[in-house]
Design a protein around this ligand. Structure first.
Ligand code: ZN
Length: 187
């Protein structure tokens, strides 16, 4: 490989076009509805003493929920756990037309797992900065990373689409999640 060889989505598509079928864009109503469903999973997770994070896998029609996952613990996050599960269940070709929906912006570990699982789109409601305002500094339940999904996924050989934060739904997710975080932050 020459040093000049471009690591671009165009080059990847030229080599394996079957891995990159066309993706159907979600409407604003479909995005909001998917986040509402994700919030339901998050609410239930909190009743089982889990932290307020949740993710689901949306099918190619942007409406069918194929899989869902709550946060398990500080290593087994909702999004990366879901991405691994998705990769067990479905083919790469199919997953490229699916969407991982999350209440919160996926961290570096989760964003990378989405990439390797070959899921074609990420939708998150609220941003990492918004999470940091809820967890506060020195919160042992979540030493929030200073990182963004786009830092990991943009400029790669796969052009995973990223939608987020979602205006309106971000505030809803923040309000819901703060019921938990306000009991854990230091100030
Ligand atoms: Zn994560």
């Amino acid at each position: 490989m020459s040093a000049e060889a471009a690591l671009t989505p165009e080059a990847a598509r030229a080599v394996a076009p079957e891995l990159f079928p066309e993706r159907k864009s979600p409407t604003k109503a479909q995005i909001d509805a998917a986040i509402e469903k994700c919030l339901d999973i998050q609410r239930r997770a909190v009743t089982f003493q889990k932290r307020p994070f949740a993710a689901l896998l949306l099918g190619p029609d942007n409406e069918t929920v194929l899989l869902s996952h709550q946060s398990v613990d500080q290593v087994n996050h909702a999004e990366s756990s879901l991405a691994r599960l998705a990769y067990c269940h479905y083919t790469k070709e199919y997953l490229w037309t699916c969407t991982l929906v999350s209440t919160w912006e996926p961290c570096a570990m989760c964003s990378a797992t989405v990439y390797w699982a070959h899921i074609g789109r990420v939708i998150y409601a609220a941003s990492n900065e918004q999470l940091a305002t809820l967890t506060g500094p020195g919160n042992k339940d979540n030493f929030t990373m200073n990182w963004h999904t786009r830092d990991v996924l943009l400029g790669q050989q796969k052009d995973v689409e990223i939608i987020g934060p979602v205006e309106g739904m971000d505030k809803v997710v923040m309000e819901e999640s703060d019921v938990y975080w306000k009991t854990t932050r230091k100030s």
